[in-house]
Write a protein that binds this ligand. Structure first.
Ligand code: HEM
Ligand code: HEM
Length: 179
């Protein structure tokens, strides 16, 4: 058995799976059930608000300073992934971190435009509804790429990253890994 280390704290894991549920509920109720749709959308917004706070004060692997990289480093990581030579990261890898920023921003924009849609101030303003739908559809694409990225990294480094996001544990780093 490989030695395991704790990487994802309980709040990051709870945040992640709650975000997945609230997005799924908001998506499924969008056309049919306004009350629940708005509730799920606000839940997603609140979760993101919490995550921004946790990214500043949370434990090591929850912090933005631990995983958000400059564009040059992220491009370098993607290039070496394509050549099959990228290192294993114990925290989020740079491409995953970019996707996390994208998912968070687009979901926040979806919730914001959904809320605006309910305001009298934007009554009849078409771009609000159009942007809301556009961002919701963009989310679907990003989520697909996110899951593909998780699958790719899991295969490349022979570890189950989904299980890690459930139990918080990852294989202890060896010297060639980035801890
Ligand atoms: C609405 C759909 C989803 C959203 C918005 C989303 C968003 C995120 C975010 C924000 C993170 C960063 C976690 C953190 O540090 O707080 C993350 C990581 C992760 N997500 Fe998702 N996610 C979604 C769906 C999924 C699904 C369906 C899976 C499983 C198949 C998944 C697997 C993972 C894994 C394994 C990580 C950790 C990646 C790593 O090891 O670096 N996600 N996701
Ligand atoms: C953050 C996750 C959210 C997602 C994924 C999402 C997704 C969607 C989608 C796909 C539609 C289009 C439905 C159609 O074709 O008519 C829609 C409509 C709408 N959304 Fe959201 N939404 C979210 C959050 C919110 C929030 C926070 C609010 C307001 C508090 C909101 C209010 C609305 C309203 C009022 C409509 C129009 C409903 C209708 O046509 O009956 N949404 N949403």
């Amino acid at each position: 058995m490989d030695r395991m280390v704790k990487v994802w704290d309980p709040l990051v894991r709870l945040f992640h799976w709650s975000l997945v549920v609230s997005f799924a509920v908001a998506w499924l109720t969008a056309e049919a059930w306004d009350g629940l749709h708005e509730l799920a959308g606000y839940a997603a917004a609140a979760l993101i608000g919490f995550r921004l706070f946790w990214g500043l004060v949370g434990p090591r692997y929850a912090r933005f300073t631990q995983f958000v990289r400059m564009p040059r480093a992220t491009l370098g990581y993607i290039r070496s992934s394509l050549r099959g030579g990228e290192p294993r990261y114990v925290g989020h890898n740079p491409a995953g971190a970019l996707m996390i920023l994208g998912l968070t921003l687009v979901l926040a924009g979806t919730a914001l435009t959904g809320w605006m849609y309910t305001l009298d101030a934007f009554w009849g303003v078409e771009w609000v509804e159009e942007t809301h739908e556009f961002l919701a559809n963009l989310m679907l694409i990003l989520v697909g790429l996110h899951i593909a990225g998780v699958g790719f990294a899991s295969l490349r480094h022979k570890e189950n990253l989904v299980r890690s996001m459930i139990n918080g544990l990852k294989r202890a780093p060896i010297t060639s890994d980035i801890a």
